[in-house]
Design a protein around this ligand. Structure first.
Ligand code: CAA
Length: 379
């Protein structure tokens, strides 16, 4: 896809920022400590990366989904966890408020969020319901001007340092998902607590934990959208979120390809460079073809969203394909590195671990197949 100059400028801005700030030394430090530097988070926000497509009146850049996808791709090419910090406010953090919030809520939450002052995760998944998002068991019982929330949200990215969280709960358990409603919950409210921080295979440096809600009193002004519109609004959020994960997958896949090409030109076996062996050259050809195909799908999903097309279908296709080929390309790139790919110190080892979750979070590949098939067959 031929891109207008403004997108190439956006790409350059993101690439320069990521390569300057997220150096191999910093990224090793993140792996060792599990902590992503606060000063880099602040610089990301100050440069405008947290509000790429948030309208200017709410403190964002007012740009579009294509600019967002390219930015995430470039960050992920350097660091998947770095891309997650940029992705979150643009995606599952900001979108629930942009889609369903009142003008007052947008002013109150989006501005500080894009400035990096507050963090708002997306509390949908529960211990008993990940893929079956409609199976949410958390409840919100009306009590005068308040709702009493009870339940547990699981695998919530950034929960350990969240200031607020969007929580999806059913106001009428008998109606299930038809009564699902989103609330903005202040994490300091009595009754809100966290589960233990998860030790993850990849994306080290971005904390994940459960959020536990025990008789939490939330005022009706903190309802996001309409009573009962929570499920559909969450699906609309994921339509955008999946473009973000697809772009992360694309960036990591490109990084794996870059590493494999570089290594194949440095390492000799049987008297010639790896890339001079046809077995390796053909693997690289296969990887490059799939990365290019993924890029077309990812940009197409972004443009479809920007131009009002069927973004549910396009973003699921992009997420499904890009995350699957990313894992395939990462496995092949690691194979080309041989034993060196299996040990710490080579970038490919981190990329291989980081991308494993891309076919899982924000809807598994099997969920994407459900969405795609129901879209093309007509439900
Ligand atoms: N936009 C608007 N409306 C939508 C929609 C969309 N994209 N998708 C579905 N709907 C509507 C349907 O039209 C339907 O409306 P009606 O009742 O009026 O007919 C209603 O929602 C119910 O739809 P379905 O019958 O298709 O719902 P379902 O129960 O069969 O589930 C699903 C469909 C696609 C499997 C959905 O449950 C799903 O996406 N599951 C995966 C959830 C997910 O991605 N979770 C990730 C959480 S976040 C995360 O991972 C990040 C992290 O921090 C770790």
């Amino acid at each position: 896809m031929q891109l207008a100059e403004k997108y190439e400028l956006m790409r350059k801005l993101a690439r320069d920022f990521a390569t300057t700030e997220l150096t191999p030394e910093i990224l090793d430090q993140v792996e060792d400590t599990g902590i992503f530097p606060k000063d880099i988070q602040k610089k990301m926000a100050d440069t405008g990366f947290y509000g790429i497509k948030v309208p200017v009146k709410y403190g964002g850049q007012g740009s579009d989904h294509l600019a967002y996808a390219i930015t995430i791709e470039e960050f992920a090419r350097v660091s998947a966890v770095g891309s997650l910090y940029v992705n979150s406010p643009n995606s599952l953090g900001g979108m629930p408020i942009l889609i369903a919030g009142t003008e007052e809520q947008k002013m109150k939450y989006l501005k500080p969020m894009v400035q990096g002052e507050i963090v708002i995760p997306f509390g949908l998944t529960e211990p008993g319901g990940g893929s079956d998002a409609g199976g949410v068991r958390s409840t919100a019982k009306k009590d005068g001007d308040y709702y009493i929330l009870n339940g547990r949200k699981t695998f919530i990215t950034m929960a350990p340092f969240a200031d607020y969280s969007v929580i999806y709960a059913n106001t009428d358990p008998a109606k299930g998902a038809k009564s699902m409603t989103a609330f903005i919950v202040d994490m300091k409210l009595p009754g809100v607590s966290l589960g233990k921080e998860e030790q993850k295979l990849g994306l080290v440096g971005c904390a994940t934990s459960d959020i536990i809600l025990e008789d939490v009193r939330v005022h009706k002004d903190d309802i996001l959208g309409e009573i009962g519109s929570g499920f559909k609004d969450a699906m609309k959020v994921l339509d955008v979120g999946r473009i973000g994960v697809a772009a992360q997958s694309l960036g990591v896949a490109q990084a794996c390809l870059d590493e494999a090409i570089k290594y194949s030109k440095e390492r000799k076996q049987f008297g010639k460079y790896l890339c001079e062996h046809q077995a390796i050259a053909f693997m690289l050809a296969d990887m490059a073809t799939k990365v290019k195909a993924a890029r077309e799908l990812v940009y197409d999903a972004a443009v479809t969203k920007d131009t009002g097309g069927n973004s549910t279908l396009a973003s699921s296709m992009a997420k499904y394909y890009a995350s699957e080929i990313c894992n395939e390309v990462a496995a092949k790139a690691l194979q080309i590195h041989g034993g060196y790919g299996f040990v710490r110190g080579f970038k490919i080892e981190r990329l291989y671990r980081d991308c494993r979750v891309f076919t899982i979070y924000e809807g598994t590949s099997q969920v994407q197949q459900m969405v795609i098939s129901s879209q093309i067959l007509g439900k």
